[in-house]
Design a protein around this ligand. Structure first.
Ligand code: C5P
Length: 216
């Protein structure tokens, strides 16, 4: 239920995944990376050559993916490996797919269903978890950092990435995610905002863990 949800939102490469995984381990939470759902829809659209502006076709694809396989298999999707879901082609297409209201309705229902199935406290990272998916979550974090620092971190994490290309991708995704009409990326009114630009990962985790203990 909503009382046991920790929402972790923010732009790409702000530290959401790294910190969420540590909180998961410390507090024994179930963890969901909700971007994975949007990436699976984009990857499948790419595989079938559906352009992101063919809204009807992409909404039909969502219905098919969810009805054919059910929420649990849709999340597991053996066809799409974590690496393939992070390819530049998929990453480039995701925000265009994620702005379609029908896609967000399906993804939101899937995330809520996943949380209901856990019967345990959950930590969920994404862009709109604290604002749209679980607006009543008792603990919400909004992580942010300058685009330059986020690009540097990404380049340091994965080999073979070029800084200018990563920075450009981050700026473009920030723009697309914050300006869409449906559930744009924005801090929830009651989110704890953490600017991670000048913090170490340990400092960010410490702040989050302290807030979690105080609020849960
Ligand atoms: O977190 P990740 O980088 O995997 O997210 C990929 C994209 O999926 C985001 O840039 C955004 O367009 C979309 N997304 C979203 N809402 C979420 C999670 C991800 O719109 N809750």
């Amino acid at each position: 239920t909503t009382e046991t949800i920790v929402a972790v939102d923010g732009p790409a490469a702000a530290g959401k995944t790294t910190t969420s995984r540590v909180l998961m381990a410390i507090f024994g939470l179930r963890y969901l990376e909700s971007g994975r759902i949007y990436r699976i829809i984009a990857a499948e659209a790419l595989r079938r050559n559906l352009p992101p502006d063919d809204i009807a076709a992409i909404e039909a694809l969502c219905e098919e993916l969810l009805s054919e396989t059910g929420p649990n298999t849709a999340l597991a999707s053996p066809r799409h490996t974590p690496d393939s879901l992070r390819s530049p082609a998929v990453t480039g297409l995701v925000p265009g797919v994620a702005r379609i209201p029908g896609v967000r309705t399906h993804a939101t229902a899937l995330i809520r269903q996943w949380a209901a199935d856990q019967a345990a406290p959950c930590i969920i990272e994404g862009r709109d978890i604290g604002t749209a998916v679980f607006p009543a979550a008792p603990v919400k974090f909004y992580l942010n950092a300058t685009p330059e620092v986020r690009a540097e971190r990404r380049v340091g994490q994965e080999s073979g990435l070029s800084y200018p290309a990563v920075l450009q991708d981050i700026l473009r995704r920030d723009y697309q995610d914050t300006t869409r009409a449906s559930a744009p990326l924005i801090p929830a009114r009651d989110a704890i905002e953490i600017d991670t630009t000048d913090l170490t990962i340990q400092q960010v985790i410490h702040r989050m863990a302290t807030a979690y203990r105080a609020r849960r």
